[in-house]
Each structure stands twice: as C-alpha cells, then as structure tokens.
Design a protein around this ligand. Structure first.
Ligand code: ATP
Length: 239
C-alpha cells in the first residue's frame, strides 16, 4: 500500500526515484526494529513533543517522501502544536514545489511556506539551501522527517534545535539532531501528537523532559534494542 502510494507519487513527479531508495533503507531499519516503536523511540518522541511545545517558532519541514507517506499526520501535528509547514526539497524545481504545496493544501494544510524563498540555509550550496525567513530560517525548533545529513548538520550549525524522524540511528542526520526520533514516520507523528497532548500546560515536566534527553544515550538504546530483537529472532529460529 505504502509502496504503491510512493510509486504513484513518483509518476506524478512529486517523489524522486532516489526517494524510493531512501524509503527502502528506512524499511530495512524498521524490519530490524520489529516494525514497532521501541522504548527509545517513545522517549525521543516525548522529548520531541517537549521541544515543540517549548518553541517560539516551531516549523515542520516537508519533502517529497514525507508528503507522500503521511500528509494527514503532518498537517494534524502542525495544527495541534501549532507549527508552520515549509516545503524544502533536495531536488528543487518550481513544478515539484508547486505540486507538493498544492498536494498538502488539497489535504487541508493552510498557509504552506516555501514558494517564495528569501533566505538560504547557511553552509549549503545549490537550491536545496533556499528557505523562508518566516519559516525555516526564523525557526528555533524544526522537525525534519526523512532529512539528509548535510541539511540536518547545517540547521544544527545555525543554532536550531533539530528533531529528526529517521529510522537509521547511525545516519548523519540522527547523529547531528538534538532529538533523533528513530521510528517510522506515521508512528512517530502519532506518538509525538499523543505526547503533545499529555505534556501541554505542564511547564515543569516539559523543561525536565528536554533537559534530561541525550542523543547519544537514546541512539545507544535504539541499537541495543535492534540487537536484542535480532537475538530473539535467532533464538526463536532454533526452536
Ligand atoms: P544521512 O545523509 O543522514 O547519513 P542517508 O544518506 O541515508 O542519511 P537519505 O537517504 O536522504 O540519507 O535519508 C533518508 C533517511 O530516512 C534514511 O536514513 C532512512 O532510514 C530514513 N527513512 C526512510 N523512510 C522512512 C520512514 N518511512 N520513516 C522514517 N525514516 C525513514
């Protein structure tokens, strides 16, 4: 079902063929984690909710894969926080930008940013650096689902708190992020949304949750979770 949807979006020109390769890599990690949210992922999702609630200008950055995989989840979370949505593409053409923004609007998103960039993400070359001052450039907390490492590192270097959604705990994106959520995008968005509801208004817990979070500890526990799941599978195979 998901694969068909992505293939359709490639036909429409909204997802690039390299996006399919990224998706395949994600599926492989999801398989290694047992296709469920691990304890470490839930902890990161809680920290992500705390950062988003504590932000002054939170932004959700959307690319072709993210828009194709869960437009409803992105739009619902953006409305709930509330956060702005900005489309930001690695392979940027005016047609893809317009197509993705219109696609999100057709799903109910309002005021999607990205059509008229007036700034650049520092340290990045080519059109993938283009962004808006109202959105990505002026954000203090930014959620980047399925992001590439260069851009995640550049956003961190600009002083932003970066929340990634990336199933690979060893990617440059996950290593660079303030909060690396190593979970499948739809599960991650749903869990973050649940934690936003739980934490909203509880300032003391919000601050404690984001202060206590450690990228390194969390990714270590993700990898330990993968190892444990694989060993369980091996033991099961011996029965
Ligand atoms: P990096 O540049 O960060 O080292 P990379 O070279 O793998 O990583 P991309 O292929 O652009 O860069 O990154 C896409 C990332 O998104 C991959 O790490 C992949 O695991 C992850 N990913 C793909 N599909 C999903 C999904 N459905 N949910 C969550 N993460 C996903």
């Amino acid at each position: 079902m998901t694969r068909e949807r992505l293939a359709e979006m490639v036909q429409m020109g909204l997802v690039t063929p390299t996006g399919l390769i990224s998706h395949g890599r994600g599926e492989a990690y999801d398989y290694l984690m047992g296709e469920r949210s691990t304890e470490a992922a839930l902890e990161a999702e809680r920290a992500a909710a705390a950062y988003l609630l504590n932000a002054e200008n939170p932004v959700i950055c959307v690319n072709g894969n993210a828009a194709a995989l869960d437009p409803e989840g992105i739009i619902a979370l953006a409305k709930q926080i509330p956060a702005k949505i900005e489309v930001n593409l690695f392979h940027r053409t005016p047609e893809r930008m317009e197509g993705l923004i219109s696609y999100l609007e057709s799903k109910g998103a309002e005021h999607v940013l990205g059509r008229d960039p007036d700034r650049r993400i520092q340290g990045l070359e080519h059109d993938r650096a283009l962004c808006t001052s109202e959105g990505i450039y002026g954000s203090d907390v930014i959620l980047v689902p399925i992001e590439d490492g260069d851009r995640a590192e550049a956003l961190v270097a600009m002083g932003k708190k970066v929340i990634s959604i990336d199933l690979n705990p060893l990617s440059r994106t996950s290593k660079a992020a303030t909060v690396p959520v190593c979970d499948e995008i739809s599960r991650a968005l749903e869990n973050i949304s649940r934690f936003v509801e739980e934490l909203r208004g509880d300032r003391e817990t919000i601050i404690k949750t984001l202060d206590d979070f450690s990228n390194q500890d969390n990714r270590r526990r993700t990898i330990e979770g993968i190892c444990a799941f694989l060993m369980d599978g091996l033991d099961g195979g011996d029965d």
